[in-house]
Design a protein around this ligand. Structure first.
Ligand code: FAD
Length: 532
């Protein structure tokens, strides 16, 4: 199967690597923009210099036509894309590479891989775009497994059918954002699901992690787009019927949404699509403080206006994304519709902003519409910048959660204090930065997203990152938030997820897993332990 090769670490394709001069220039510009003192650039360990542990199992003859075990395949499937993954990849630390990578082209080939894994007690790890930030695709499995195979689904990337009457499309799970949108675009339709990882993440990965797109209200979590879903489990095919809604018991679609590869391999789904919006209006609104902006966002989220975009950034976040000058919080507001003008909705939203002392005359330091496009550019370019930050020795991490409005002010204060304290302890004497934004808003509360930037201690970045993550996550869970609003549980969030989920629910999930995956081969270690 001919697939354009990803870099073996970090973000992007192998053929997109910046030259040393470009990297130096970008690093210098970033350092001055962020106001961080950084050390000399370092360079990633080249693929040819990697020393991967030898495979524990070899590709069986019956699967040799779809499996590869070269260093590039094994290294590029060994890690996801969290900050720690990027650092480890950069430094050539691939502790748990899969023994080989399978690239099935159809469901029968997936079944054959799973049959072999079950017979040989080898872990099977579904892999979409590999953009997990929670250790979801790392084959870090218990020693009781004889090995691990990464099942790369990117050959399954077609839009198979479009139903223009009910406006739905049947799409294969390995389709990444651009491929999926360009095929739908031929029919003037869109899924309109744009997570920041859109370029590489896949429909199957979105469903398996309950991903959220960049729109702030209503249709944003992928499960709300899913009409029906189909998966191959070790015990057989799990396929639901296409329905606009159903009250028939626990939803089989919803049960696969968020299953993170532990129940089976999602192969395709019918998803709700729509024509491209014909009416759009966006604006940037300044607020004197993040808290006054938050009060305004609460009012908008409870108004029934349902803006497509409603991202509130604190002053630092607005400056980092070049949408503001750092003197004010900024709300990026947007409305869009396939059917009708949205000016009236925007006008009412701006009235609400004015009632909360929001200033819409000049949303950002470059003007209102400029502020919105600056934010959009920064949003899309951010994943590439992270690799540069690692090379220049800047620690960058994000934490995301959600909390109800009545608890938000105190929650935000405590989480911010914990993050700042953790930054001081993990990076003593250094100028760490914490910023915050709302990524999604609901009538009953915001999804809150924190970004941390600080000079890293070379060689100890992962330990610094772990200390900060631990401190912040403890407070998020202690204060009643969720350990993740949309990044999933994976391996990294398990210990906090275990405090959050009800005990009987864990038993039910374990029981469901035992029923469809009796040998416990599906992504062991993620979400829940198999009852082996
Ligand atoms: C820079 C960056 C920005 C991001 N922005 C967002 C964002 O805006 N919103 C958001 O929600 N997330 C975001 N993420 C997190 C990540 O992109 C999402 O979790 C995404 O849904 C993962 O999709 P993927 O195809 O890359 O899946 P992978 O990373 O390959 O896999 C994720 C999990 O799903 C399982 N899985 C994958 N495909 C299948 C399948 N077909 N069947 C069964 N299980 C499967 C894997 O085993 C793993 O447990 C971001 C990540 C990065 C690095």
């Amino acid at each position: 199967v001919n697939i354009r090769r990803h870099k073996h670490w970090g973000w992007g394709y192998e053929d997109q690597l910046p030259s040393a001069a470009q990297l130096r220039e970008t690093a210098a510009a970033l350092a001055s923009h962020l106001g961080l003192t950084v050390s000399e650039l370092e360079w990633p360990v080249a693929l040819e210099e990697l020393e991967l542990a030898p495979p524990r199992v070899t590709v069986p003859a019956g699967l040799s036509d779809i499996c590869v075990s070269d260093d590039h395949a094994r290294a590029s499937h060994a890690l996801g894309k969290s900050y720690a993954d990027v650092v480890n990849g950069f430094r050539g630390r691939f502790q748990h590479p899969p023994d080989f990578v399978a690239r099935p082209r159809d469901e029968r080939e997936i079944e054959r891989v799973l049959e072999w894994c079950a017979a040989e007690t080898v872990a099977a790890i579904p892999y979409g775009g590999g953009t997990s930030v929670v250790g979801g695709v790392s084959p870090d499995v218990a020693p009781s497994y004889n090995g691990a195979v990464s099942i790369d689904l990117r050959a399954l990337d077609r839009v198979l059918e479009v139903d223009p009457v009910s406006r739905a499309a049947r799409i294969q799970a390995g389709a990444a954002g651009p491929a999926l949108e360009s095929q739908l675009g031929e029919q003037r339709l869109t899924l309109r699901h744009f997570p920041q990882s859109f370029e590489f993440s896949t429909l199957g990965g979105w469903i398996a992690t309950r991903a959220a797109g960049h729109f702030a209200t209503v249709l944003t979590h992928i499960e709300d787009f899913v009409e029906s879903v189909r998966a191959i489990t070790p015990a057989g095919v799990w396929a639901s019927r296409r329905l606009p809604g159903s009250g028939a018991g626990v939803s089989p679609d919803r049960m696969l949404a968020g299953s993170e590869g532990v129940l089976g391999v999602i192969t395709e789904a019918w998803v709700r699509v729509q024509p491209r919006p014909a009416h759009r209006h966006s604006a940037g609104v300044r607020f004197g403080s993040f808290q006054s902006g938050a009060e305004c966002v609460r009012a908008i989220s409870q108004s029934g206006l349902n803006p497509a975009n409603c991202r509130l950034m604190d002053a630092r976040e607005a400056r980092t994304t070049m949408a503001g000058d750092g003197s004010h919080a900024l709300l990026v507001l947007g409305f869009e519709s396939v059917d009708h003008p949205v000016d009236a909705s925007m006008a009412r939203a701006l009235e609400i902003c004015a009632e909360h002392d929001g200033d819409a005359r000049e949303g950002g330091h470059r003007g209102s519409s400029d502020a919105v496009s600056a934010w959009r550019e920064a949003f899309l370019g951010a994943p590439y910048m992270r690799d540069v930050l690692v090379a220049m020795g800047v620690l960058s991490e994000t934490f995301e959660t959600a909390i109800t409005w009545e608890r938000f002010p105190e929650f935000h204060e405590r989480v911010s204090m914990a993050a700042q304290q953790a930054l001081r302890e993990a990076c003593p004497g250094a100028q760490g930065q914490l910023s915050c934004r709302f990524t999604h808003v609901y009538p009953d509360g915001p999804a809150v997203y924190y970004t941390v930037l600080a000079p890293a201690r070379r060689g100890e970045e992962v330990e610094q990152w772990q200390a900060i993550k631990q401190a912040v996550s403890d407070v998020v869970i202690g204060e009643g938030g969720t350990i993740t609003h949309h990044h999933a549980v994976g391996r990294e969030h398990r210990r906090w997820y275990e405090k959050q989920r009800p005990g009987p629910f864990a038993a039910a999930l374990r029981g469901a897993k035992a029923a469809v995956d009796p040998q416990g081969i599906m992504n062991p270690g993620v979400l829940i332990d198999p009852a082996r």
